[in-house]
Design a protein around this ligand. Structure first.
Ligand code: ADP
Length: 486
């Protein structure tokens, strides 16, 4: 069969083709629109995300700015603290310390008004901006509530104690800090009217607390310093009083001592005249110048004569001691060879040395020139050698030495006698002191010899001392000044 294509069927076919092409195109467009819709939704989400991010950035920027401001504020307050410490660390006066709290410090702390008052009597010590009327309100409000301040360092506007003041009309943002150390509340800092808006920050409170703690420590130091100063003052006063008492006692002792010297001197003088006459008669009697005596009477008279000699000695020594004490003894110090004097004195005493068979040693240089009163040093040597002979047993040994030590000459008289107990070493130089021992009980003595020795050496402005060991012996030392022509 042959299909014949008519013009109509050709048109239908054409239309059908067009419809198919259009349908394909439409489907394609619809797909594109759906894709675009997804893209738009995605873009909307991205925009939303970006918006969120932007908001976050703005927020952190604000926070950063605030943080930066806070850090700057803290730094300013730390500088304030540093400056306050530098200007007040050496202050030892309360008023001067309070005067450091001026309007600059109060403003730097962030407040318009500031006040410091004593804790005990609420007496105002520093005031920036408060009127008399405000002070009256503060005083009335705090008088009975001061003990609350002992409990804490800082009270902000929320604390009852501050609320009362705010209600009383002394301003907003009242803050009270106690200035204390070691549980002692010394003063109170009251701040009011913040310069910047907003509440008081924690960091600000901390700085205010630190400043108050520092001021408390300063006041504590000042208190301790004042106490120390007072104690020092009292001590000085007491020392002065005691010194005056001592000077007074010393004067009294001097008066008594002078009276004693005068008494001893006048008694010795009074005794010397009759004694000289008794001595004269006893000597003449012993020498039988008034006729022969029966042996018994002669023996007794001899004893009387010996004792009179001792009495004369004693009276002379007493007179010398009182003369030295009262400064009436004429002393002629001049350069002189001490070795020569030692030799002469020992020669003079050699009969007594021989009598007791005592070995005698001289440990002296050829010659040694010293400043001395020859007669007085002779008496010193006689006294020391006599004592050595007296307290050294038969066949013992006595050594006299004389050595140059620096600018001094040290003379010593040693014996091998029975020594002196430790507790008596100081006492033997006192007048009339004699150690209670068998020799002293047997042989009479005056107890004045060493006292005279000490005074003579003191008059030369030199020293005397003794070293002794019971059972071994005793050594007496004295010094003299070497003369220039040594
Ligand atoms: P006196 O010899 O007249 O007793 P002193 O003043 O010379 O007085 O001496 C005081 C005392 O010191 C003596 O009684 C004696 O006890 C003691 N004394 C002094 N020299 C010696 C010595 N060389 N050895 C032991 N004792 C001594």
């Amino acid at each position: 069969m042959i299909l014949s294509i008519t013009p109509l069927s050709g048109l239908v076919f054409f239309l059908f083709l067009v419809i198919i092409i259009l349908s394909v195109y439409l489907i394609n467009k619809l797909q594109t629109v759906a894709g675009l819709r997804d893209t738009v939704a995605g873009l909307a989400k991205t925009v939303q995300n970006l918006d969120h991010q932007a908001k976050l950035i703005i927020k952190s920027d604000i926070e950063l700015k605030l943080y930066q401001e806070e850090v700057e504020d803290k730094l300013n307050k730390l500088t304030l603290l540093k400056n306050l410490i530098i200007s007040s660390i050496h202050i030892l006066d309360k008023e001067q310390l309070y005067s450091q709290i001026d309007d600059k410090i109060i403003n730097d702390l962030g407040f318009k008004k500031g006040l410091i008052f004593n804790f005990d009597d609420l007496y105002v010590k520093a005031n920036v901006g408060f009127l008399d009327h405000d002070l009256e309100i503060i005083k009335n409000s705090l008088t009975h509530k001061r003990n609350v301040l002992k409990g804490n360092f800082l009270f902000d506007a929320e604390a009852d104690i501050c609320k009362d003041l705010i209600n009383g009309g002394i301003g907003q943002d009242v803050l009270i800090a106690s200035i204390k150390a070691r549980e002692n509340v010394y003063a109170v800092l009251l701040l009011s009217e913040r310069i910047a808006a907003g509440g008081i920050k924690i960091a600000e409170k901390e700085i205010i607390t630190i400043i108050c703690m520092y001021l408390g420590q300063c006041l504590d130091n000042i208190k301790l310093f004042e106490e120390l100063y007072r104690t020092k003052d009292e001590l000085e006063k007491k020392i002065k009083e005691r010194t005056n008492e001592l000077v007074k006692s010393l004067r009294e002792i001097e008066v008594v001592s002078r009276a004693k010297s005068d008494f001893v001197s006048s008694v010795s003088h009074e005794l010397r005249t009759p004694l000289t006459s008794v001595k004269g008669f006893s000597s003449l009697l012993v020498e039988e110048k008034f006729g022969k005596l029966p042996p018994e009477a002669k023996e007794r008279l001899k004893k009387i004569d010996e004792n009179v000699n001792k009495l004369v000695d004693m009276v002379n020594t007493l007179l010398d001691i009182s003369r030295i004490e009262s400064g009436r003894m004429e002393i002629k110090i001049a350069p002189c060879d001490i070795v020569k004097v030692i030799k002469e004195t020992s020669d003079f005493l050699s009969p007594q040395l021989h009598a007791k068979e005592i070995k005698f040693n001289l440990d002296v240089p050829e010659a040694l020139s010293v400043y001395m009163d020859k007669n007085l040093i002779e008496r010193v040597l006689i006294n020391l050698i006599n004592n050595a002979i007296k307290f050294t047993p038969k066949a013992g040994m006595i050594t006299i030495s004389c050595k140059q030590e620096g600018l001094k000459c040290v003379v010593s008289v040693s014996d091998t006698g029975f020594g002196i107990e430790e507790e008596n070493l100081e006492k033997i130089f006192q007048e009339f002191f004699r150690v209670d021992n068998p020799i002293n009980r047997e042989m009479r003595g005056t107890g004045l010899g060493l006292s005279l020795v000490k005074r003579i050496i003191e008059n030369h402005k030199e020293k005397t001392w003794v070293a002794s060991k019971v059972g071994s012996g005793t050594t007496f030392y004295f010094t003299l000044k070497l003369s220039e022509n040594v």
